[in-house]
Design a binder for this molecule. Structure first.
Ligand SMILES: Cc1cc2nc3c(=O)[nH]c(=O)nc-3n(C[C@H](O)[C@H](O)[C@H](O)COP(=O)(O)OP(=O)(O)OC[C@H]3O[C@@H](n4cnc5c(N)ncnc54)[C@H](O)[C@@H]3O)c2cc1C
Length: 310
């Protein structure tokens, strides 16, 4: 079988779909079509598919819950792999290895129920842990670097590789996977060091964290926190956007939230286009740069192709 045929056979076996609109798979509910879209629940299938795509020279894009991406209206060429590998195993009394498609919310609750503390802060993050690693996802003063021991990943040549957390340059919404030389690596699992805890205390903390989000952050489809907080200014990205007078600013279906100015909401999922969000993002960046001399960098990953003109 040729390399392309091996990939086609795998896609067929995994019930891949052609032309799937990716707005169905992003939190903000926008995004053009994928040439091929495939849900993968099994870790071995994930490795096989990544290797087959790489061998065939077909681009492959990973998607977790799609809560930290803006996919352009032209969609994504090649294969989009939606990672639904959700296994978890104990590797010590307080150490676990989790597959990268597991969602933060489910993991925070299941570890709390098992009497393990350390992930309560993550309960309200709507994504998967593998999708959160490139930006070292965090909340309420904690982040993944506090609990991460190491990862397993697939290198661009298909080799299975391992890294210790200390090798990943994890910082505020950054890592070697997001901004460095590991951008083409696909994370398959993460080993986390938790601590003995008390189930009721952890579940109460999870309820508290979720309650805070309900009060302080808008619900409904959005890009979440769109920009990283700048290091060159004491003000948060949200404060700068608010002070620039852009709370409530609208382009098409994209609107700066009145509640939390770093959130950009999708107010019309039927007609929304990624282009509206990109225009609003550019307008915010220009306003904050010209008024305060601060360059706001997106926290979200902007991926995919522009829609063809006309
Ligand atoms: C309402 C809302 C609230 C949020 N709150 C927070 C918060 O409090 N803290 C925070 O840090 N983030 C927050 N986020 C952002 C987001 O939820 C997290 O970054 C999340 O962990 C991303 O996971 P995901 O599965 O959705 O990733 P996706 O959006 O699917 O992917 C993000 C990026 O990671 C890549 N990727 C995905 N899986 C893998 C993998 N296995 N290996 C390598 N690369 C991969 C993708 O290609 C993409 O570039 C929020 C987002 C929203 C919409």
């Amino acid at each position: 079988m040729t390399r392309g045929r091996i990939l086609q056979a795998l896609l067929q076996e995994l019930n891949a779909r052609r032309g799937e609109p990716l707005g169905r798979h992003t939190f903000v509910q926008v995004g053009g079509p994928a040439d091929w879209f495939v849900n993968v629940r099994d870790a071995a299938a994930l490795v096989d598919l990544v290797r087959a795509a790489r061998c065939a020279g077909t681009p492959l894009t990973m998607l977790g819950a799609g809560s930290n991406v803006l996919i352009r209206d032209g969609g994504i060429r090649g294969v989009v792999l939606k990672n639904e590998t959700r296994g978890c195993r104990n590797v010590g009394e307080t150490q676990i290895e989790v597959e990268s498609g597991i969602r933060f919310a489910a993991l925070a609750r299941s570890t709390a129920r098992a009497g393990l503390a350390g992930l309560e802060w993550a309960a309200g993050i709507p994504g998967a842990i593998g999708g959160g690693l490139p930006t070292n996802a965090g909340a309420y003063g904690s982040d993944l670097s506090d609990v991460l021991v190491g990862i397993r990943a697939i290198a661009p040549d298909g080799a299975l590789v391992e890294f210790e957390a200390s090798e990943l340059a994890l910082g505020y919404r950054t890592s070697r996977l997001r901004d460095g030389d590991l951008q083409d690596h696909i994370v398959t699992s993460l080993t986390l060091q938790l601590r003995q805890g008390d189930t009721y205390t952890s579940l109460a903390e999870i309820d508290r964290v979720e309650g805070l989000r309900k009060t302080n952050a808008p619900s409904g489809p959005s890009l979440g926190s769109t920009f990283r907080n700048p290091t060159s200014d004491e003000r948060s990205a949200g404060q700068l956007i608010e002070e620039a007078g852009l709370k409530g600013a609208v382009i098409g279906a994209a609107q700066v939230s009145e509640l939390h100015a770093n959130y950009i909401l999708n107010t019309d999922v039927t007609h929304a286009r990624a282009a509206d969000f990109l225009t609003l993002i550019a307008r915010i960046q220009e306003a904050v740069q010209s008024q305060f001399g601060v360059s706001l960098e997106p926290e979200i990953a902007v991926i995919g192709e522009e829609a063809p003109r006309g």
